[in-house]
Design a protein around this ligand. Structure first.
Ligand SMILES: O=P(O)(O)OC[C@H]1O[C@](O)(CO)[C@@H](O)[C@@H]1O
Length: 700
């Protein structure tokens, strides 16, 4: 469909849009109203019981109180008027029926179908009923996860597959991880010993430290690696996937049965050829679709597969049910009673009319430790835009910077700024029931009550502040009064939910997905593409090519004409310095934990030497240190093995890989450990626990 016709179909039946929403009368009224509101202080209106009552809404036991937002009923009425002007309800309907509202990619946006019921009315995309496709995949996930958990599906050597390693990044990681973090302590599953038997880990960063941390203590024969990538092209994910595959091959041989038994994939239909080329059999491929954005994909096989393997499919079904409940609420509740719509309108009010450029998410539940990170990607990759759906520059502020931490930890991190720095609207999420009841004998208060005392107190501290007069009345030293005055009038909303279980976790997920979409619809932007992530990836490809050429000796360090002087200088320093360090060979023995101080000593020695601007000293220092360990290889480098260890600056460096140490089957005296290879020529020869690279040192 041509862009024009897609846009026309999308705007079918909608009021004609002015050039910019900021040109509408509704927008101008809100702008004028904001000037009035800025003269209001929350401490002057928070005593109005009728106002507090009016500025709240409830859905299925989840209670939203937004009376500490800098709004009045008039504000909300003006926001509802703008929502109607912006055809908000029609846009929600268009999204949920499968219109191709992601106009720059010509795609529908149908993450709601991921939690549809099997007998829901068909939703057809490009001639296909996607409801049927969704349930075919969910059934496949159910069958596979049950086969693995029952022991029917085992590894290549017959062992149970108890370790699940999910390889993915961005939306192929952050959503599943936030849910995993919450499920881990959810009592309903914790009682099931079988869930404790399984270990779920996420390998997202291409940093070899993430590889090591994820794999170091796992038995490859007991491990199922799931490669999660919509495109199956993301550089970080694919290198980590090849690394994990090599790790499996190192342990069990390069037999196709190894990948067939120990790897699976979640990928979009357009990536199927790449998945097959990687060697993963079709029965282990769990599709999702181009009409599911990465940051909206946790309800697809992206979340379903790892979470069902770890917790059982039933848990994931309850999670989907919670999300579905909010989907229905979002589509049918009136604006004034619609929780995600209210949160979205308040987001628009704060960003576009009150001028707040940041927003903090504060779940008062440690189980939601990873929720802020998920919402960061969801909100900022969706609404961090600069043009409208029609490509016109925005002439109004949108998309705040989102950040957050669980309470009460956040209070000891950035609350100083929240109370006395720039104004940053806060979103407090609290729960009536804890996942874990604890009242220590002799303590006057149960731990969850202590947590929730802060959930109730902090919003008032932000809203009311503490005046100069109050401080003086308390006898505050005059010279401290300016430093201890709290201006207050800092907006927040409070969401009080029953508990963190699978169902309400699904509700939270959908609440924020639909809050994000509401903001985008109001701002007239495309919340479902992400062109902004492309340029950095392309430049990294250029740098990668030059680094590989240098490592292969085909590139002088001049790098002239390729990069600006700053990048050239930085790359030159990195490449020279790391090249010298690579003569310090060691193996990473995944089964032994190099001591952090020892690593620090090794690197400190190399850094100390390099500050004399002579990178050769780094190798000399490291070689001298390793010589002290009695292992010097033929190439003048130093081999510090995984067992006897060596010494660098007096600290024993035990099994430390410094910047791409070559690896080989044995870790010297360390017994059958593994090395993760980045061999000195950068060619990656040998791989994880592979044959020693050609220039690998041999322990004397
Ligand atoms: O699932 P893929 O295709 O590997 O993409 C991973 C992530 O990279 C992005 O495309 C850019 O961050 C995200 O939207 C996506 O979730």
């Amino acid at each position: 469909m041509e862009m024009e016709s897609i846009r026309d179909s999308y705007s079918l039946g909608m009021k004609p849009q002015p050039k910019s929403v900021s040109a509408t009368a509704e927008w101008r009224r809100l702008k004028a109203h904001a000037r009035h509101i800025k003269r209001m202080h929350l401490r002057d209106v928070m005593g109005d019981a009728a106002r507090c009552e009016a500025l709240s809404a409830e859905f299925e036991g989840s209670f939203l109180d937004y009376s500490r937002m800098q709004v009045t009923q008039r504000t909300m009425d003006l926001l509802y008027a703008l929502a109607r002007r912006q055809n908000l309800k029609l846009k929600i309907e268009a999204m949920c029926r499968g219109d191709k509202i992601n106009t720059t990619e010509g795609r529908a946006v149908l993450h709601t179908v991921l939690r549809s019921a099997p007998d829901d009315a068909p939703i057809v995309v490009d001639g296909v009923n996607v409801v049927e496709e969704v349930h075919a995949v969910l059934n496949k996930v159910k069958a596979f996860s049950e086969a693995v958990r029952s022991g029917e599906q085992r590894g290549a050597t017959g062992k149970l597959l108890r370790n699940i390693v999910a390889v993915g990044i961005g939306g192929s990681y952050l959503g599943p991880e936030f849910v995993h973090e919450a499920f881990r302590t959810e009592q309903q599953h914790a009682d099931q010993d079988i869930n404790e038997f399984y270990r779920l880990r996420f390998l997202s960063n291409v940093d070899p430290v993430d590889v090591r941390r994820t794999l170091y203590d796992l038995d490859p024969e007991e491990t199922l690696v799931i490669v999660i990538s919509k495109t199956f092209t993301t550089a970080e994910t694919m290198l980590n996937a090849r690394t994990a595959r090599q790790w499996l091959w190192d342990a069990m041989g390069k037999d196709p049965a190894v990948v067939a038994s120990h790897m699976a994939a979640c990928a979009s239909t357009s990536a199927i050829k790449r998945v097959q080329d990687f060697g993963i059999p079709q029965e282990h491929v769990f599709m999702f679709w181009d009409w599911v954005g990465g940051r909206y994909s946790v309800c697809s096989s992206v979340g379903a597969l790892p979470l069902s393997l770890k917790y059982g499919y039933g848990m994931f079904q309850r999670f989907l049910a919670g999300a579905r409940a909010v989907d229905i609420h979002f589509q049918h509740a009136p604006l004034e009673r619609n929780l995600p719509v209210l949160m979205g309108l308040l987001g628009v009010w704060n960003a576009s009319f009150m001028g707040y450029r940041t927003r903090t998410i504060l779940p008062y539940a440690e189980a939601l430790l990873k929720l802020p990170a998920h919402i960061q990607q969801l909100a900022m990759e969706s609404n961090g835009k600069r043009v409208t759906v029609n490509g016109e520059e925005l002439d109004y502020d949108i998309g705040p910077v989102d950040f957050g931490e669980p309470g009460t930890n956040g209070q000891h991190s950035f609350f100083q700024l929240l109370h006395m720095g720039q104004v940053c609207p806060a979103e407090f999420i609290g729960f009536i029931e804890s996942q874990h009841h604890l009242h220590v004998e002799g303590e006057k208060i149960a731990s969850h009550d202590e947590l929730m005392a802060n959930f109730f107190a902090q919003p008032d501290a932000l809203a009311f502040g503490k005046t100069k007069e109050e401080l003086e009345a308390e006898g505050c030293l005059p010279e401290l009064v300016p430093h201890r005055t709290f201006t207050g009038n800092r907006p927040s909303l409070s969401l009080l939910m029953p508990k963190v279980n699978a169902y309400y976790l699904g509700q939270i997920l959908a609440l924020y997905e639909h809050r994000t979409a509401t903001e985008g619809f109001m701002w007239n932007i495309n919340s479902f593409d992400q062109w902004g992530v492309e340029l950095g990836k392309k430049l990294a490809r250029d740098v990668r090519k030059r680094m590989q050429a240098f490592r292969r000796g085909k590139e002088t360090l001049g790098l002239a004409g390729s990069f600006n002087p700053s990048t050239q200088r930085l790359m030159k320093r990195y490449l020279e310095y790391s090249d010298s360090l690579m003569r310090v060979q060691g193996t990473v023995n995944h089964r032994s934990r190099p001591d952090a101080p020892q690593i620090a000593a090794a690197v400190a020695a190399a850094v100390a030497a390099s500050t004399e601007r002579n990178c050769q000293n780094a190798a000399a220092a490291a070689a001298a240190a390793a010589a002290a360990a009695g292992h010097v290889n033929g190439t003048g480098g130093a081999h510090v093995n995984g067992s006897g260890g060596g010494s660098v600056n007096g600290a024993a460096v035990n099994g430390v890989a410094v910047n791409g140490a070559a690896a080989h089957g044995s870790s010297g005296g360390g017994g059958g450990g593994m090395g993760v290879n980045g061999s000195s020529d950068g060619s990656g020869s040998g791989g994880v626990n592979g044959a020693a690279p050609k220039e690998a040192p041999t322990a004397s």
